[in-house]
Design a protein around this ligand. Structure first.
Ligand SMILES: *[C@@H]1O[C@H](CO)[C@@H](O)[C@H](O)[C@H]1NC(C)=O
Ligand SMILES: *[C@@H]1O[C@H](CO)[C@@H](O)[C@H](O)[C@H]1NC(C)=O
Ligand SMILES: *[C@@H]1O[C@H](CO)[C@@H](O)[C@H](O)[C@H]1NC(C)=O
Ligand SMILES: *[C@@H]1O[C@H](CO)[C@@H](O)[C@H](O)[C@H]1NC(C)=O
Ligand SMILES: *[C@@H]1O[C@H](CO)[C@@H](O)[C@H](O)[C@H]1NC(C)=O
Ligand SMILES: *[C@@H]1O[C@H](CO)[C@@H](O)[C@H](O)[C@H]1NC(C)=O
Ligand SMILES: *[C@@H]1O[C@H](CO)[C@@H](O)[C@H](O)[C@H]1NC(C)=O
Ligand SMILES: CC(=O)N[C@H]1CO[C@H](CO)[C@@H](O)[C@@H]1O
Length: 401
């Protein structure tokens, strides 16, 4: 008996020590001077610097409540995993001119390996006032508005259970990153807010966007050049412009896009479902391949499926030469629901580089308007058909490739 007790007494502290080693060190922003109602940028930055220097896992804690944050740039590199746990609401100043560095983003996180952002909190960009200043659709020298959350050079990271609301510009940027997961991520902004893309991914590999809800004024998810292995699954988009690849081709240096998988997604009242857009007469010659759009539900989306190699919004480009971007290995399968535009499917490929190896299977779309029968438009593409198509895709307008 005595022996047993001694064993227990001896073993317990060892276990406790072991458990301690697993527990991250917590850096509570209040310990660094964060006070409700005051700008917490400096406190967050000070906590971040300590966390980055920690050789054991650390957690930066932002407690429940509303905290104002003017602007912050959190830079690695870090020595051990960092969790940024946001339980409260971080609020930007409604006035974009109050941003200390007007060229910068609102929250920037760069050069971090093993970052987790979690906590159920809200990033409130307070864009309502700033959107009125956005005239970029008609003014090339328009004022630049800050992106909500800009993640650059981030590896092996997870952003889960956070909401970004009313960003003044793109909600989230994920650039030059590797192995990043957005899980149960919520984006919320009105359908008429300009340029408020939900998540923009570029020059990144292995990005997952899962079980998320994205309501915004521009693209739900947009993907730029040099993007590889993106898995978008169980995402509900709308309002907004749907999921898009591109626009591509604007710069000669752009690199290939490959491996984009959009599965089990729902589009509610969006202007597009899935869309690939490339500029005509563009200098770039990259290839876009391995695009798989499957098990999609359209709920009154305007254009459920779009490949547009003559993309030219506001007619501000030269349509004389076709796009020199090659699109190949595309599958579009099991797309059903309703569309609010009669011309529901566009496969408009380049006359210079026709689309290759496009497979279309099981389409079932119903047009809810009264502008005639539902139709499709196909140029420079000869899809392989499997299963049923309603409407019959490319039945009337296909030109030979
Ligand atoms: C970083 O941590 C080391 C010990 O691990 C310490 O000596 C050093 O002062 C810390 N640097 C900063 C900037 O906190
Ligand atoms: C991220 O991964 C890339 C490629 O492996 C590497 O070059 C870079 O240094 C990593 N960045 C960080 C912050 O760990
Ligand atoms: C990706 O990142 C997650 C989260 O940090 C990590 O658990 C996983 O091992 C990483 N996967 C790869 C292939 O590096
Ligand atoms: C899809 O995502 C929604 C929203 O996050 C979630 O409630 C639902 O459980 C997910 N569905 C599956 C099959 O995981
Ligand atoms: C996709 O959705 C179907 C039904 O809508 C569901 O049965 C299936 O589990 C989902 N798959 C994934 C991977 O979410
Ligand atoms: C469908 O979308 C169109 C155009 O966006 C809109 O005018 C119409 O009211 C919507 N219908 C339903 C049933 O939501
Ligand atoms: C397209 O798929 C074919 C057959 O699976 C493969 O041989 C080819 O390399 C792929 N092309 C591209 C550009 O990925
Ligand atoms: C409006 C704004 O600040 N946009 C910037 C967001 O971040 C990306 C990448 O860091 C910049 O290219 C944008 O200009």
């Amino acid at each position: 008996m005595a022996l047993k007790l001694i064993t227990v007494l001896f073993v317990l502290p060892l276990l406790a020590l072991n458990a301690n080693a697993q527990q991250p060190v917590t850096y509570d922003v209040r310990k660094y001077g964060a006070k409700p109602g005051a700008d917490i940028s400096q406190a967050l930055l000070d906590a971040w610097k300590e966390a980055c220097n920690s050789t054991t896992p650390s957690k930066i804690f932002i407690p429940p409540g509303t905290w104002s944050l003017s602007q912050v740039k959190l830079l690695g590199t870090n020595k051990a995993p960092i969790e940024l746990q946001i339980q409260g609401t971080l609020q930007a100043s409604p006035d974009p001119s109050k941003l200390p560095n007007k060229e910068g983003e609102w929250i920037t996180i760069n050069y971090v390996n093993f970052l987790t952002i979690s906590g159920g909190g809200v990033l409130d960009g307070q864009g309502q006032e700033a959107w009125k200043l956005n005239d970029c659709h008609k003014n090339k020298n328009c004022a630049k508005l800050p992106i909500n959350l800009s993640l650059n050079f981030i590896n092996n990271s997870i952003i889960q259970d956070v909401t970004t609301k009313d960003s003044k510009n793109f909600h989230v940027n994920c650039i030059s990153s590797y192995n990043v997961t957005f899980l149960r991520f919520t984006v919320s902004a009105p359908g008429d807010s300009p340029n408020t893309d939900g998540i923009h991914v570029a020059r990144s590999t292995n990005v997952r966007i899962t079980d998320s809800i994205i309501k915004t004024g521009d693209d739900c998810v947009s993907m730029g050049d040099e993007t590889k292995e993106v898995y978008i699954q169980n995402v509900t988009c709308g309002p907004g412009h749907g999921i898009s690849i591109g626009s591509l081709g604007g710069y000669a240096t752009e690199k290939d896009v490959t491996g984009i998988y959009v599965r089990n997604c729902t589009f509610i009242g969006t202007t597009n479902g899935v869309r690939v857009k490339t500029w005509p007469s563009a200098p770039a010659t990259l290839t876009v391949s391995d695009l798989h759009f499957e098990d999609l539900i359209m709920d009154n989306a305007s254009l459920p499926i779009v490949i547009d190699q003559e993309y030219c919004p506001h007619n501000l480009c030269n349509k004389e030469r076709p796009s020199s971007i090659k699109i190949s290995n595309v599958s579009i399968k099991n797309v059903r629901g309703t569309t609010s535009t009669a011309e529901a499917v566009w496969l408009v490929c380049s006359g210079l580089k026709p689309c290759e190896n496009v497979e279309v299977g099981d389409i079932d779309l119903k047009y809810t308007g009264n502008q005639g029968p539902i139709t499709t438009q196909c140029t420079n593409v000869k899809p392989k058909f499997v299963g049923k198509q309603n409407p019959p895709v490319c039945a009337t307008t296909a030109k030979s490739a």
